[in-house]
Design a protein around this ligand. Structure first.
Ligand SMILES: *Cc1c(COP(=O)(O)O)cnc(C)c1O
Length: 372
């Protein structure tokens, strides 16, 4: 019996240990340590942004972004129905309203043709979320935002190193966010980053992540913030990981193309697009969408994959079906059929950076046996 193949395992065999030992040897383990600024500066440079503000995770990065843009009670923010709950937590907590759009059935990203119809006099921002490895078609979204005077938050948690027409993802709109959870292209264990080109927004973000302490009146507060500081140890890992981002992206692309080739004759699943007009897929995860004609849904296939020793995860559960949000009276009678089908029929298979070619072959074989 082969060892269980986990859905994700990170790769930590660069300078991670060396930099981490430096934290311990020097005693710099808090957010005050020198790796924080190094990591922030290099990350900002890599993503083509003026400012990077490290935080404790990707959800925190979105929370800070929403608050920093002054989104508050009654404001509306347009977001995809098919995303992670992290996108709505601060919108809800501050009394704003998430307004949903469905997904594009081919690219799996938000259907940008639905955005304009959702704009009202209360709309304040569009939160763009790049899904699974391919960027949202940004130019039309930027154009709509400009025409209606809306802010753009770019959730690039799944897009480290990806580009849109050769411009880095995470460099678009007023503010963008990243996560460094272990299944992302680079990881710090837990961690996140907020990016912006705006000096004022950057200053607000720095203040919000650090309890809004004031430099000259330390314990006097004019605004409520959070303690979302990243530690020097996380930044040490992040720096070592960032050094290898190009290799990681190349490896992820090779893994994705390998799966695609192994599945090329399977008629009953939709595979991720290898590329669009503006980007080549970086396969944050390798997702599969089962045809309903198979009579199988994602739950059933994931169970059968587990029995063969292969880890999987379901696709996101759409926001309009989230019990916690429905109990608040949100999204009554709203339907987003594409996002609903994604949840019912979609799941992803092992895609982490530590995955070997033979594990890819094994996982693909398991999948093919189940579907044949
Ligand atoms: C992972 C992820 C997040 C959340 O990041 P955490 O670090 O896990 O809090 C947010 N948005 C998207 C699109 C993600 O994939």
């Amino acid at each position: 019996m082969t060892k269980f193949i986990p859905v994700n395992e990170p790769l930590l065999n660069g300078n991670e240990k060396k930099y981490l030992m430096e934290c311990i040897d020097t005693g710099w383990i808090s957010s005050e340590g020198p790796f924080i600024k190094l990591f922030e500066d290099r990350f900002a440079a890599r993503m083509g942004r003026k400012h990077a503000i490290s935080v404790s995770n990707g959800t925190a990065a979105i929370d800070v972004a929403v608050d920093a843009l002054g989104i508050g009670p009654g404001d509306e923010v347009i977001i995809p129905a098919f995303t992670i709950i992290s996108c709505v937590t601060q919108i809800i907590r501050c009394g704003a309203i998430p307004v949903l759009v469905d997904s594009d059935p081919i690219s799996w990203n938000m259907d940008i043709t639905q955005i304009e119809a959702k704009i009202s006099s209360r709309t304040k921002a569009i939160m763009v979320v790049h899904i699974y490895g391919l960027p949202v078609n940004m130019n039309p979204v930027l154009e709509i935002a400009k025409r209606y005077g809306l802010r753009i938050i770019e959730d690039a948690a799944e897009m480290h190193g990806q580009t849109y027409y050769n411009k880095p993802c995470g460099s678009f709109g007023d503010i963008s966010t990243f996560s460094f959870y272990p299944n992302k292209h680079i990881t710090t264990g837990e961690g996140g980053m907020v990016l912006t080109d705006d000096d004022g927004i950057a200053e607000t973000c720095r203040s919000l992540r650090n309890l809004c302490f004031q430099p000259d009146k330390r314990f006097v507060h004019e605004r409520l913030g959070w303690n979302l500081r990243m530690t020097n140890m996380q930044a040490a890992l992040g720096l070592a990981q960032l050094e290898r981002l190009d290799d990681f992206i190349a490896r992820k692309r090779a893994m994705g193309l390998r799966y695609t080739k192994l599945f090329s004759d399977l008629a009953c699943v939709q595979l991720p697009l290898t590329h669009t007009e503006y980007a080549e897929n970086i396969y944050w995860v390798y997702g599969l969408l089962l045809d309903e004609s198979t009579g199988l849904d994602s739950q059933e296939v994931m169970k059968r994959m587990a029995a063969k020793g292969v880890g999987t995860r379901p696709f996101f559960y759409p926001m309009h079906l989230q019990p916690v949000l429905r109990r608040m009276g949100l999204f009554k009678d709203e339907q987003y059929p594409v996002a609903e089908r994604f949840y019912r029929q979609g799941f992803y298979i092992p895609s982490g950076l530590a995955l070997t070619d033979s594990q890819i072959n094994y996982s693909a074989d398991a999948m093919r046996e189940i579907l044949s």
